[in-house]
Structure formats: C-alpha cells, structure tokens
Design a protein around this ligand. Structure first.
Ligand SMILES: Cc1cc2nc3c(=O)[nH]c(=O)nc-3n(C[C@H](O)[C@H](O)[C@H](O)COP(=O)(O)O)c2cc1C
Length: 174
C-alpha cells in the first residue's frame, strides 16, 4: 500500500506539515512518497492508492504549480481517493480554518475540476525576520489590518499539530 504526498511551499511550513502527516502514516504501516510539486511535472498516479496535495498561500494565491498539476492530472485525481489542504495565516483564526470558511480554499475548490474526498485548512507560520524587506512590510500591514502580530522581530508558528494529526487519521480511514 503506497500513498503519494505532494506539496507546494515557499518558506517550508507546508513541507513541515506534510512531513508530519507522512510520519503519522508511516507509523501506521503505509509507504509514502513525498514530492515537491515544483519539481514534479508529469507523474503517473496509477501506482498509488491515495494522493494528498498541500499548498500554501502567498498574496492571496496558491502557487501556479498547484493549478498546473490539477489541470494535467484531473482525470487521474478524480478516479483516486484524494485529499487537499491549504496553509495560510488567515487560518490562525479558528473560525477561518475549514474548507468552507477559509476564502482561499473555498475559492480554489469552487473553481477546481478536481473534487478531493477530504479537505482541510491549516494555520501557517509568521516568520518576520526571514522575509525580504518589502514582504515584511506588506505582511505587517496585513497583520495590522486583521488584528494580528505586528512585531517584526517575532517568529510564530500558528499550526495546530493536533489538527494535523487528526487529518492524518481521517486520510487513513477514507
Ligand atoms: C510574502 C507572503 C505573502 C503571504 N500572503 C498571505 C495571504 O495573502 N494570506 C494569508 O492568509 N497568508 C499569507 N501569507 C502567509 C503564508 O501563507 C504562511 O506564512 C504559510 O505558513 C506559508 O507556508 P509555506 O512556508 O509552506 O509557503 C503570506 C506569507 C508571505 C511570506
């Protein structure tokens, strides 16, 4: 039994989340192939029993590699057992942490030809000191507007790891 886990990340948080999911699944006896969508162009999903895709948001958008992957593989994706999760800072607010209440994930699913069996949203990380100057200013502005952390010396991980572990179990059970 083998699962394919794909991710799109900029600063590493989505990779960290999906790596934790892979560890959970492996502990349950499942073989997992973990791949970065940025390096995967065409891949056959046939050898895999289930497929999971995770991707983060930057300035309101998922990376184009996610959209390209879905377009190229939509037929295979819709024939498999699949899961999708989005990662962003809006989801630091618990009420914006579901596929229905998180605008980025809701819009993605509305427009996507892929219908995942399971969807979720995880809060990402705020890593001010690691951002380029302009990104730091922009994120600080967005955080100020939305009542979040504005101290640019801080690094905060908002990811709820218990939620990630529950999602791993749900993926095993579908
Ligand atoms: C330049 C930049 C732009 C971002 N834009 C958004 C945004 O529009 N909405 C949001 O909720 N989070 C936004 N985020 C937060 C990221 O989604 C969050 O930091 C996440 O953990 C990134 O995951 P990754 O490291 O896997 O790319 C942004 C972060 C950065 C650095």
């Amino acid at each position: 039994m083998s699962y394919l886990l794909l991710y799109s990340t900029q600063d590493g948080q989505t990779k960290k989340i999906i790596t934790r999911i892979a560890e959970n699944l492996r502990r349950s006896g499942v073989e997992c192939d973990l791949r970065d969508l940025a390096t995967v162009k065409q891949i056959s999903l046939a050898p895999y029993q289930k497929v999971m895709v995770g991707a983060s948001i930057r300035y309101g958008h998922f990376n184009s590699v996610l959209h390209q992957f879905v377009i190229c593989h939509q037929k295979q994706l819709n024939q498999k057992t699949t899961a999708f999760f989005g990662v962003n800072l809006t989801a630091r607010k618990p009420e914006k942490r579901t596929a229905e209440t998180n605008a980025y994930v809701r819009k993605f699913l509305m427009k996507s030809p892929w219908r995942p069996d399971l969807c979720n949203v995880f809060a990402g990380a705020l890593l001010y000191p690691r951002y380029r100057w302009l990104d730091r200013i922009m994120i600080q502005f967005i955080m100020r507007m939305s009542g979040g952390e504005t101290d640019t010396t801080k690094e905060i991980e908002y990811t709820d790891w218990a939620q990630v572990d529950r999602f791993s179990n749900e993926f095993l059970q579908i």
